[in-house]
Design a binder for this molecule. Structure first.
Ligand SMILES: [Zn+2]
Length: 269
């Protein structure tokens, strides 16, 4: 099982946990609640995060948020599900609930379990508190605004903490760039990115690609603007344009660049 480690953030109340190189999950420690944001790809990794939270759990109720239904964000839900080792309300969009209950999600799990013993203990659990639109969690000192952020996936939420101007962007922003699975999703993702820019965040914490300031939004928008102007832009050219020589998981992002190019060409037609 991958090891989960903690990384410091500019505010100790926002705790960041990494299963390297797959995903970063978070826990926001408010006066009333500890709000876990995403549950990793397996309950075992989620349990490591919970162990690292330690004393912060004392005297606070535990709430869990799924930013979206993708495996690396919600397949650790069993740890918090009713009857699980640490039952807690799991908040997510209505759509994320529908996806996690679908036969397609079960089929995806079966495929992953065939190829990788890591997923043997995964049981899919949808969020137990679902909503359409936005939801606000009042932690007593910090507020968490769960805001629709579709595009990367239709079911996605981003978490905005206005008191800190921290944006937990899920996969709506990424370093070096986010991606869409379907061509038709590109205008939706771009609209979400502009929405997030309008928040004027001080700190941007995506689930892939480390800690950033508001420049991540600008860089992500500039990437898609370059694609729209020059759809033949190669992955290497796109990185060079961003002032980057190389990035972690380069092969993975080269494939995603291909998806973005395809979506851009479709949008231009
Ligand atoms: Zn995702």
């Amino acid at each position: 099982m991958p090891t989960v480690t903690e990384l410091p953030t500019p505010d100790p109340r926002v705790r960041m946990f990494r299963s390297d190189p797959e995903v970063d999950c978070f826990a926001v420690v408010t006066r009333r609640h500890v709000v876990v944001v995403d549950t990793f790809g397996t309950p075992g990794e989620a349990a490591q995060m919970l162990a690292l939270l330690g004393d912060d759990l004392a005297g606070r109720s535990l709430l869990v948020v799924n930013t979206h239904s993708h495996f690396d964000h919600a397949w650790g839900n069993a740890l918090f599900a009713p009857g699980g080792p640490h039952p807690a309300p799991i908040l997510g969009s209505r759509l994320a609930g529908e996806v996690l209950r679908s036969p397609e999600a079960q089929a995806k799990l079966a495929r992953k379990q065939e190829g990788d013993a890591r997923f043997a203990g995964v049981v899919l659990h949808p969020p137990t508190v679902t909503f359409g639109g936005a939801l606000t969690v009042d932690g007593g000192d910090l507020t968490l605004e769960l805001r629709p952020a579709p595009g990367h996936s239709a079911d996605q939420l981003a978490v905005w903490i206005p008191e800190l101007r921290f944006l937990l962007a899920a996969d709506a922003l990424e370093f070096p760039f986010p991606y869409v699975e379907k061509d038709a999703d590109l205008p939706v993702l771009l609209a979400t990115m502009r929405d997030l820019r309008a928040l004027d965040p001080a700190v941007v914490l995506p689930c892939h690609g480390g800690q950033h300031d508001a420049s991540l939004v600008e860089h992500n928008l500039a990437y898609f603007a370059r694609l729209a102007a020059h759809p033949d832009t190669t992955f290497e050219e796109a990185l060079a344009d961003l002032g980057l020589a190389d990035v972690p998981n380069a092969d993975f992002y080269r494939d995603l660049h291909g998806l973005n190019v395809r979506a851009t060409r479709a949008a231009l037609r």
